[in-house]
Design a protein around this ligand. Structure first.
Ligand code: Z57
Length: 827
């Protein structure tokens, strides 16, 4: 299409390595104030980033000029999390400057790989939801869609994880300790955000109006991070808001003793953007978290409205034509009443007109069905922090219930209480999911099965009321970071055997299926996997001291630690293998290394106990001569984006073993399969679509289906039925409750057994154990047939085209955002 050819053909000639060398030296001298003989690796990284920034910033200004010249419709992606990871490698790849920079640095006696390691991860997110936002920004820029990401400029991102005696210890993440070369502060776009106070009703010209007298005023300072599209495409902006105290204006008060109070006020204001809440999929209901949500939503809306009015003044007719706002989960849902407040209170618009604009602009993505993750705010807390917004929510609710619901189900109070934004009960609550559905014109789930469950189980009445509102957009991942950059050997092999534009046309990998049975291609593919495993083995050795054999199966489970993700199912199976080896030292199995990466929310006791158990079991097994090197267990500390980039290319087996119906989509599953790992997984989330694409022969599916889970739960699940009827299962569960793995500390791991038996095993670990163990036997058998394994691995890589986040973004554009691409002028 035209967008592709236009930007590709008119791209400026790439820089030579000589020219880059000069730029890097220049920045080493003039921005770092040092010289090659003395410069630290960090200084080299800073100088390289500064050199590359010249290209980044040129693209940024061209793109922003183009957007304002054509008055483009844009999507504003509101998300509390953006898990960007490292940016230098990404920017080099997207600008096609990776090789040139490698050469330039080599000529300066430096090694690019080492320099890339200097960059701290930008870990402003917990897991899947935050990384999805980052992949989407990459795709939006690559496809030349006008888009702004809006979020929070956390001083501390997700905590650093350490292990002490096998237990997780958290330390604050300090990603900006030495500054951040990628961000630009924009003081000219500061916003003032109000909180607390009370609402007064004023009568004017016989008409009542509401006046909010806020109790607090906070400054929102924007930091812009350029997002570079692939192929010299557009450079969009990720705008992150930092909270500051408002400038103190009354010097008399200040001098008359306000000095200390002003300092306290400053600390309180700065607390808002201080730290990312580390709870993935649980809502703590904390006041500061609500303030964070409002702070960034309100600052972003003010920014959007200011940008719109700069071009259109008070003519609101174009607003829904130019503005789309995507709510990444319900975290920014308060943006809905905030836009109503702006239009009604500040711009003097009537209710119906305001609602009509509002509702056309918003859309909402649901990422979970887990009840503990569905946000509800205590009504009194909400009223204290945002009194005017609560009134507006009441009014939204009133219109909705008395007009729409009453029309559809006249006189039905049951349906009204189910659909109301306000949940009645001992504690009245504001349901953010309901607010998001009512305030949006589209609501999407993130994989086919998840979106069907959103319709049938989560929001069935809304679905009956508005049959076209609920839709699906299956998640995706950017193949630039998750194949080209992280797995250069495989990328190069693919370059030679498939169309070279696979990084933007990932479905072209299909061509590799023709080579799935080709012995030479199989050997080349498996040789690369082996080399990647050697590299990971070095990382494992460096981080843990554990030696692993790259000839063994590398079996990887990487994701947040959560009961529903069932790392403990994996652990029970490891114990079963260990037991088989102890009972029969000649037990025939392909040597296997089980590798985990997972952070637990600091307050999630059982998740932390599972980490402890994995570490303790690892200690015991790795140091047991009797297993004869056939079994190793590794838990890598501080799992994060940059570590994922080293683990994923080295995986043979991808563990995707959530209880069916609980994992909305998963995206690690896509990254691992794209890099040639075979999935062992349940029919959950996007696993189902991965199996459809790769073919059931090339994935190992096990366990209860969504329907079987529902049936079992309604029959009444009793974990003892499985525990007492499977001797091996009973043995390994009991084993965990001895002091075998924690010498001298009997019962140190008993919480796991307890949750699986007396705790009712809410995620059906015991019910799926046998089926899982049998699927693992099939994995073992397939690996012995090297050609069959290579074939399956190749087919996995070849068939993951659907999971390109460019496809996800195109789905959003077609079904929800209706954007047009605008390649930048001057490209
Ligand atoms: C989060 O990472 C996800 C859902 C949530 O509700 C929250 Br809070 C955080 C994840 C889902 O668990 C994954 O299944 C999904 O792939 C990811 O969001 C992106 O949609």
């Amino acid at each position: 299409m035209t967008t592709q050819t236009r930007s590709a053909s008119s791209r400026k000639a790439p820089a030579t390595s000589k020219a880059l060398q000069q730029k890097i030296l220049h920045h080493l001298h003039t921005t770092q104030g040092t010289y090659p003989e003395k410069a630290s690796a960090l200084a080299w990284w800073e100088a390289t980033a500064a050199a590359i920034n010249e290209f980044v910033m040129a693209g940024l200004t061209d793109t922003q000029k183009t957007h304002s010249r054509y008055d483009t419709r844009a999507v504003n992606y509101l998300s509390m999390e953006f898990l960007m990871g490292r940016l230098l490698s990404n920017n080099l790849h997207n600008l096609h400057l990776f090789e040139t920079t490698d050469k330039a640095l080599a000529a300066l006696g430096q090694n690019l790989t080492d320099i890339l390691e200097q960059e701290p991860d930008m870990a402003l997110g917990n897991g899947g939801l935050g990384r999805l936002a980052a992949c989407f920004l990459d795709s939006l820029a690559t496809l030349n869609y006008p888009a702004v990401g809006y979020g929070i400029h956390y001083e501390h991102g997700l905590f650093e994880q350490h292990f002490r005696n096998g237990r997780q210890i958290e330390r604050p993440d300090d990603w900006r300790e030495y500054g951040n070369p990628w961000e630009v502060c924009r003081p000219e776009s500061v916003q003032q955000i109000k909180l607390y106070g009370y609402v007064e009703t004023v009568y004017e010209d016989g008409r009542a109006r509401k006046v909010w007298h806020p109790g607090r005023n906070i400054k929102a300072v924007p930091w812009d991070i350029p997002v570079v599209g692939y192929n010299g495409a557009n450079v969009n902006i990720l705008r992150l808001w930092e909270s500051r105290a408002t400038d103190f204006f009354d010097w008399d008060v200040f001098n008359a003793g306000g000095y200390v109070d002003a300092q306290i006020e400053q600390a309180e204001a700065e607390a808002i953007s201080k730290v990312l809440y580390p709870n993935d999929e649980t809502e703590a209901g904390k006041e500061l978290r609500l303030i964070q949500q409002y702070f960034f939503s309100a600052a972003s809306l003010a920014d959007i409205v200011r940008r719109y009015q700069r071009a259109h003044g008070d003519d609101w007719t174009q607003f829904p034509k130019l503005v789309a706002i995507q709510l990444n989960d319900t975290h920014p849902a308060v943006a809905i009443p905030e836009l109503m407040r702006i239009l009604i209170d500040d711009k003097d618009m009537d209710w119906n007109h305001a609602w009509q604009l509002c509702h056309q602009v918003f859309s909402y993505t649901n990422h979970t069905l887990l009840p503990e993750a569905l946000e509800k705010w205590d009504l009194h807390l909400f009223e204290k922090v945002l009194p005017r917004h609560l009134e507006l929510i009441y009014e939204i609710n009133h219109h909705f219930l008395t007009e729409e619901v009453e029309q559809k189900w006249p006189g039905d109070d049951g349906v009204k209480s189910r659909l109301s934004i306000i949940e009645e009960g001992a504690r009245r609550m504001v349901r953010m999911g309901h607010l998001s559905v009512i305030g949006s014109h589209r609501v999407n789930g993130v994989a086919e099965v998840h979106s069907e469950l959103v319709k049938s189980d989560l929001f069935p009445d809304f679905h009956a009321l508005w049959p076209h509102k609920l839709t699906n957009v299956t998640n995706g991942i950017t193949p630039r970071r998750w194949l080209k950059a992280c797995n250069p050997r495989l990328a190069e092999l693919i370059d030679r055997h498939a169309s070279k534009d696979w990084p933007v046309r990932l479905d072209k990998l299909q061509k590799l299926t023709d080579l799935a049975d080709d012995a030479r291609f199989q050997n080349a593919f498996m040789k690369i996997k082996h080399e990647n495993k050697e590299e990971l083995a070095d990382v494992i050795k460096a981080l843990t001291g554990i030696e692993v054999d790259p000839g063994a199966i590398f079996d990887i489970q990487i994701k947040r630690l959560h009961e529903y993700k069932r790392q403990h199912l994996n652990l029970l199976h490891i114990l079963a293998l260990y037991r088989r080896l102890l009972e029969n030292p000649d037990h025939d199995m392909v040597p296997r290394v089980f590798i985990f990466g997972a952070k637990a929310a600091p307050g999630y006791r059982l998740a932390k106990d599972i980490i402890f158990a994995i570490n303790k079991v690892a200690d015991r097994i790795n140091n047991d001569e009797r297993v004869g090197g056939k079994l190793k267990v590794v838990m890598l500390p501080n799992y994060r984006v940059s570590l994922a980039e080293k683990m994923i290319p080295a995986a043979d087996v991808s563990e995707q073993i959530s209880t069916a119906g609980k994992e909305a989509s998963g995206t690690g599953n896509m990254k691992l399969a794209l890099n040639g790992a075979l999935t062992i997984g349940t029919l959950d989330g996007a696993n189902i679509e991965i199996a459809e694409e790769a073919g059931e022969d090339n994935v190992f599916i096990f366990g209860l289906t969504v329907d079987e889970v529902k049936a079992l739960n309604s029959r009444g699940y009793n974990p003892y039925d499985y525990y007492l009827n499977d001797a091996e299962l009973k043995a390994v569960v009991d084993w965990l409750d001895t002091d075998y793995f924690t010498p001298g500390q009997p019962g140190a791991l008993s919480s796991i057994k307890h949750s699986l038996l007396d705790g009712g095993d809410p995620f059906l670990v015991l019910a799926d154990f046998r089926s899982y163990a049998e699927a693992q036997l099939k994995v073992d058998a397939r690996y012995r047939d090297r050609k069959a394994w290579a074939r399956s691995a190749i087919i996995n890589t070849a068939t993951m085209g659907k999971f390109n986040s460019d496809r996800s973004i195109q789905d959003y554009v077609d079904r929800i955002w209706k954007l047009k691409p605008y390649p930048r002028d001057n490209a």
